[in-house]
Design a protein around this ligand. Structure first.
Ligand code: NAP
Ligand code: F7E
Length: 330
């Protein structure tokens, strides 16, 4: 029997890697794609696996929709009756969430509730993955694990915490198989261009090519636990194959500061970061999360997932990809 998955946020970094993983495992994959005024704007990360709707035997289906539309979610869940649902849709940018707090809550917090409610109301026996985040830990001292007390520091962190507890609540109230992956930062050549790692590696490519001279950044002292996004898609899938719905921290456990990542990325192109990084207050946040370092012991012990790529290798992979894309004129 072909297994069926529904992915919200399929056009994002993680959604695209998860789609590739599930298709490679023989799944039929359905994804929700937001309407835009341009045909190609938001599906570019799916180019490699896109299948023409006129092809027979295709296994990837894209549905126009939005997680702010409860009726649509209900209809899709009922019609597709997926075995697995991955809720990856979010306004996921922390800095942007300070400018758009209500919008962020509507998409990132209430979007999860609408989806949980769609599953409950339809009685479809789907296993649900909720994309929780290390941003829920906020000010809590590292290393952060499944038992660390949450202290979010942004509208995004607070919205994700609401979605996280809603997921726990639907599991406990209705016996649903709903599990949260508390993922620490994960990056790749497909990372959005305004997140700090990709902003740095794109700048390295452009500076090395002589197109630009500087990149403007905010807080260089923030510590993050950066992993490689395709490995995190594997963790999501493994969590839904587990016998029980359990929440896990997904992390490398290896910390680095923003300045360390910048130093490694510039050095990989033979450049000294201190010659090219300038400070701009605009990239500071009203409240910063100073230090996120995950303790991935539980997920390693119980489902055997371990990060293989760490931040310094990741910096090199992303610089190489951005330099290649620039040469190819992308
Ligand atoms: P991303 O690249 O920002 O992708 C977000 C996805 O959500 C995109 O497909 C976006 O569509 C979609 N989306 C936004 N608003 C929507 C709406 N109203 N209705 C339907 N879809 C909507 O994020 P990501 O890095 O892949 O992360 C995936 C999930 O994991 C997110 O929930 C994020 O918050 C969470 N997370 C990420 C990290 C990380 O380090 N990457 C860590 C922890 C948790 P468009 O393409 O149309 O914008
Ligand atoms: O910032 C600092 C910034 O925006 C990382 C999202 O995927 O991971 C991501 O959230 C750090 C912060 O990621 C710039 O202040 C300095 O301390 O790349 P970021 P994030 O805020 O950690 C979590 C786990 C998620 O769940 C989120 O969805 O870098 N920083 N200068 C900067 N950050 C940005 N964006 N731009 C700068 O110029």
């Amino acid at each position: 029997m072909t297994r069926t998955a529904l992915i919200t946020g399929i056009t994002g970094q993680d959604g695209s890697y998860l789609t590739e993983l599930l298709l490679s495992k023989g799944y039929e994959v359905h994804g929700i794609v937001r309407h835009t005024s341009s045909l190609i704007a938001n599906t570019s990360r799916l180019d490699a696996v896109y299948q023409d709707p006129h092809e027979s035997g295709r296994r990837l289906f894209l549905h126009k929709g939005d997680v702010t539309d409860a009726g649509l979610l209900g209809n899709l869940v009922r019609d597709i009756a997926p075995d697995e649902i991955y809720n990856l849709a979010a306004q996921s940018h922390v800095r942007v969430s300070f400018d758009l707090p209500e919008y962020t809550a509507n998409v990132t917090a209430l979007g999860a509730v609408r989806l949980l409610e769609a599953v409950r109301a339809s009685r479809v026996e789907a296993r649900i993955y909720q994309a929780s985040t290390s941003e829920m830990f906020g000010l809590a001292a590292p290393p952060q694990s499944e038992t660390t007390v949450f202290h979010p520091r942004s509208p995004y962190g607070a919205a994700k915490l609401y979605a996280h507890w809603a997921t726990v609540n639907y599991r406990e109230s209705y016996g649903m198989f709903a599990a949260s992956g508390i993922a620490f930062n994960h990056e790749s050549p497909r990372r959005g261009e305004t997140f700090v790692t990709r902003k740095i590696t794109r700048a390295v490519a452009r500076i090395a090519a002589g197109i630009e001279k500087h990149v403007y950044l905010g807080n260089l002292d923030a510590v993050r636990d950066w992993g490689y996004a395709p490995e995190y898609a594997e963790a999501m899938w493994l969590m839904l194959q587990h016998a029980e719905p359990v929440d896990y921290v997904i992390a490398t456990g290896r910390p680095a500061r923003v300045r360390d990542f910048a130093e490694a990325a510039f050095a990989h192109a033979g450049l000294d970061w201190r010659d090219h990084v300038e400070h701009d207050d605009r990239y500071e946040r009203p409240a910063e999360v100073p230090e996120l370092i995950g303790d991935p012991a539980k997920i390693g012990r119980e489902i055997g997932w371990r990060a293989k790529v760490h931040w310094d290798e990741l910096a090199r992979v992303m610089v190489d990809a951005d330099r290649a894309a620039l040469r190819a004129g992308e």
